[in-house]
Design a protein around this ligand. Structure first.
Ligand SMILES: NC(=O)c1ccc[n+]([C@@H]2O[C@H](COP(=O)([O-])OP(=O)(O)OC[C@H]3O[C@@H](n4cnc5c(N)ncnc54)[C@H](OP(=O)(O)O)[C@@H]3O)[C@@H](O)[C@H]2O)c1
Length: 297
């Protein structure tokens, strides 16, 4: 059998291969002579929890979206590395870890500024030392500033680039080196990358790398079955959003959605959860806009 044909059948798995071959006598003959090739991608676990045996790393998971992702992965059976940034938020990170364990899986905590490569490496080291592997990375950590371009200070710019640009790159690089085959990289972008709004140039500009990492990562890592995708939320009802807004701008942002409200964490979590499970295998290199119809692309 040709290598191409064998690879194609491998993607179908043994059952699919037999069905396809039955329609073609010549190939059916070959199938009797040659054992079916191993599936290219791991088949989903028989356990009803789709992420049983997997290990997820969620950055910036002390609360809000990151906590939601961590809990969802645990519900699906994954062990979770809960990353948090500022040491003084340890109690919040511990609460995330408690919520993970409540789902019957394991949690490990790791703290640090992910703009620094040594902290990124240590975060993956924790996944391996505690759980023996890393399968899923959610690049959720991020920072925001809302200022006119003319008013952005050098410090503002460095803070945005530190985590939104460098941090995302460093985490993706470490994932490219150490994630298991059939793994997942899920980036948290922003709908501002498509729906430009004034005063977000430093934030959205520094986040723009996420879409490039998604496209390039998908192409580079796809032959290992690793998918790379972004989700791009519109305004989400968390302190991160409110810290930059007034009641008037909040109302304006809410009314951009067709439902006239901000997103909640629960509007975003199921999409990220789906991108993490084996049945999302065929989605890679994409940005999924989650904004209640504020943008339609
Ligand atoms: N809320 C929204 O409207 C919205 C919309 C679109 C996209 N997003 C994106 O969603 C993600 C989560 O946002 P959220 O609303 O859930 O707010 P959040 O809880 O404040 O999430 C941001 C997290 O990133 C961490 N972080 C900041 N700087 C870091 C650094 N240098 N190194 C490591 N971690 C760092 C923060 O830790 P500290 O608090 O300790 O600094 C925090 O845990 C962000 O990437 C954000 O850009 C949010």
């Amino acid at each position: 059998m040709s290598t191409n044909r064998r690879n194609f059948l491998g993607t179908l798995g043994a059952a699919g291969a037999v069905t396809a071959l039955a329609a073609n006598k010549a190939f059916a003959q070959t199938a009797q002579e040659t054992p079916a090739a191993a599936p290219m991608f791991a088949t989903p676990s028989a356990d009803s929890r789709a992420l049983t045996g997997k290990v997820a790393i969620v950055t910036g998971a002390r609360a809000n979206l990151g906590r939601g992702f961590a809990e969802a992965f645990a519900r699906q059976g994954a062990d979770v590395v809960v990353h948090y940034h500022r040491a003084e938020t340890l109690d919040q990170a511990q609460e995330t870890a408690r919520l993970v364990r409540e789902q019957g899986t394991r949690a490990a905590l790791v703290q640090g500024d992910l703009g620094r490569p040594e902290n990124v490496k240590r975060m993956f080291d924790v996944a391996f030392s505690e759980f023996g592997r890393a399968d899923i990375l959610v690049n959720n950590a991020g920072a925001i500033v809302k200022k006119a371009i003319a008013d952005v200070t050098d410090e503002d710019l460095e803070a945005m680039i530190n985590i939104n640009t460098r941090g995302n790159f460093l985490c993706t690089r470490e994932a490219a080196r150490r994630l298991s085959d059939n793994g997942r990289i899920i980036n948290i972008a922003t709908s501002l990358l498509a729906g430009a709004a004034p005063n977000y140039a430093a934030y959205a500009g520094s986040k723009a790398i996420v879409e490039e990492l998604t496209r390039m990562g998908a192409k580079e890592l796809g032959d290992r079955g690793i998918t790379v995708n972004s989700v791009a939320p519109g305004p989400v009802d968390t302190p991160f959003f409110h810290s930059m807004e007034t009641p008037q701008t909040t109302e304006f942002a809410a009314n951009l959605s067709v439902a006239g409200r901000l997103a909640t964490v629960n509007d975003i979590v199921p999409i990220v959860e789906f991108l993490a499970i084996p049945s999302s295998q065929w989605i890679t290199g994409q940005t999924i806009w989650i904004n209640g119809g504020y943008l339609t692309r």
